[in-house]
Design a protein around this ligand. Sequence first.
Ligand code: 5GP
Length: 130
Amino acid sequence: MASIFTKIINGEIPSYKIAEDTKFYAFLDINPNAKGHTLVIPKKEENKIFDLSKEEYIELMNFSYRIAKALEKTIPCERIGMSVIGLEVPHVHVHLIPINKMADMQFVNKEKLTNEEFLNLAENIAGNFE
Ligand code: 5GP
């Protein structure tokens, strides 16, 4: 069965998209740790990140780098934190999180955003994506 993220890639489930190319897709996390919390996923459905080939892994990191640069330009923050967990959704995803303190990486304190805030964030980050 297709993962929830494959359904997002295929447009069957809506998302606040930031960018995509032929192999990768980036969108805002629906339950963000902080404003701009983004997920970067390979379009190829794979459960665990280290089951990707070395080449796929490096390409995912290269795409994530470009997204992180766009986040830095858009969201005032101390730095961009990166994490890979995958216990909830079995489709590889890199969490890129604009952080100011360690607690922003702990997946406990969540930011509540309106639809409009999500839309504006996605548009602004996408506008800084190169
Ligand atoms: P993990 O698998 O790394 O533990 O966490 C999965 C992440 O995906 C969570 O941060 C959760 O908020 C996010 N997530 C789960 N379902 C959806 C969804 O349907 N849309 C979006 N945008 N994010 C989701």
